[in-house]
Design a protein around this ligand. Structure first.
Ligand code: HEC
Length: 196
């Protein structure tokens, strides 16, 4: 015969197991803030003076993967201070390959596959063709751009310059520096082959 204790122990175990399976506990002991009322995006919220649930990021907040740019809005690239604008990347094969890939995607349509200012869109756009002392307007192998610091080229990509618009939203910071490594190679190539 099954003893009373046994029945009791079995039903207690059953009760515990049954309780374990329950997904929604019927009673919450100290729920703290587990059930705080959440707001949907765009929903009105009378707790805030502008009556909206959307919050502005705090002043000076920087989105992930972005870096604040010290010289934003500086228009005269020739007078750009070089402070804080040195290329953090080595001119090794991996970085140059990335630089080449990004250059050929984002720069070559205007600046040409070798930086000579003869990209595919230059032909139909006479303003891009306008000649200057040492080559077409969009050349990157001119004495002028060869004399630019890495920081000055970085500045042009980030902020744009005269006719050229900013490429900051298409080209992330790291790739800008790698493009510059590649532009230096194009300039070296031009030096070696000049007049040939
Ligand atoms: C849509 C065409 C176009 C694209 C794409 C473009 N540029 Fe330019 N870029 C120009 C033009 C045009 C100028 C000359 C602007 C001026 O002086 O009015 C210029 C100027 C420059 C200069 C300064 C040259 C100087 O003589 O002052 C640099 C450096 C430069 N570009 C780099 C780049 C790099 C690097 C990329 C790719 C991330 C790029 N550009 C993409 C059209 C373009």
């Amino acid at each position: 015969m099954i003893s009373l204790q046994r029945i009791f122990a079995l039903s207690l175990a059953g009760l515990i197991l049954w309780n374990c399976e329950s997904k929604t506990p019927p009673m919450e002991y100290m729920p703290d803030m587990a059930d705080s009322p959440a707001r949907e995006a765009q929903e009105a919220d009378s707790n805030f003076p502008n009556n909206t649930s959307l919050r502005l990021p705090p002043v000076g907040a920087v989105p992930q993967g972005h870096y604040p740019y010290e010289y934003a809005g500086f228009t005269d690239v020739e007078k750009l201070p070089n402070k804080g604008l040195t290329n953090p990347y080595k001119s090794d094969l991996v970085n140059l390959k990335r630089g080449e890939d990004r250059y050929q995607t984002y720069c070559s349509p205007c600046h040409g596959v070798r930086g000579q200012g003869n990209g595919t869109v230059v032909g139909p756009a006479p303003r891009l063709n306008a000649p200057r002392e040492d080559g077409p307007m969009a050349t990157l192998v001119s004495t002028k751009v060869k004399g630019f610091s890495d920081g000055q080229i970085y500045h042009v990509i980030t902020e744009g310059n005269a006719l050229m618009k900013s490429y900051a939203s298409q080209v992330p910071t790291e790739d800008r520096w790698k493009i510059i490594l590649y532009v230096r190679k194009l300039q070296e190539y031009d030096n070696r082959t000049a007049g040939k």
